[in-house]
Design a protein. Structure first.
Length: 132
């Protein structure tokens, strides 16, 4: 007795579909500032700042949590302090349409922390990233 060919194709198709989904990846999305210098979570996700891609939801969440730990580490803050102007300039270069408020050192770290608190890990094929 032979196995129907359709059954073999079905398994192969399911495997290919699972493999394609695994390749999609995730992005860590953080909201932009509005004109008042506050994060604007009302903007469509397509207008948020995008970092990544990362391979999985777990890796994306790990990146978020690791960022909090790094920001809370006084040694890391001390190490980053001289680079704040350069980091600010790099962010402005990377996201040219973003308005960044003038910041003190404390504001800088507080704003980064707040951006990670509001951030979302989303699939690269999420329809909200398409700008609708």
């Amino acid at each position: 007795m032979s196995v129907p060919r359709r059954s073999g194709n079905s398994v192969l198709m399911k495997f290919r579909h699972a493999a394609a989904l695994a390749l999609v990846g995730r992005y860590l999305m953080t909201p932009q500032f509005n004109l008042e210098g506050k994060f604007d979570t009302s903007l469509p996700l397509s207008k948020w700042m995008m970092t990544g891609p990362v391979a999985s939801q777990q890796e994306c969440e790990h990146r978020r949590l690791r960022s909090f730990k790094l920001l809370d580490d006084p040694a890391i803050r001390k190490q980053l302090k001289p680079d704040i102007p350069k980091l600010h300039a790099e962010a402005a270069r990377r996201w040219p349409n973003q308005k960044f408020p003038a910041e003190t050192e404390k504001d800088y770290f507080d704003n980064i922390r707040k951006s990670f608190e509001l951030s979302q890990c989303v699939s690269a094929d999420d329809s909200r990233l398409k700008g609708k």
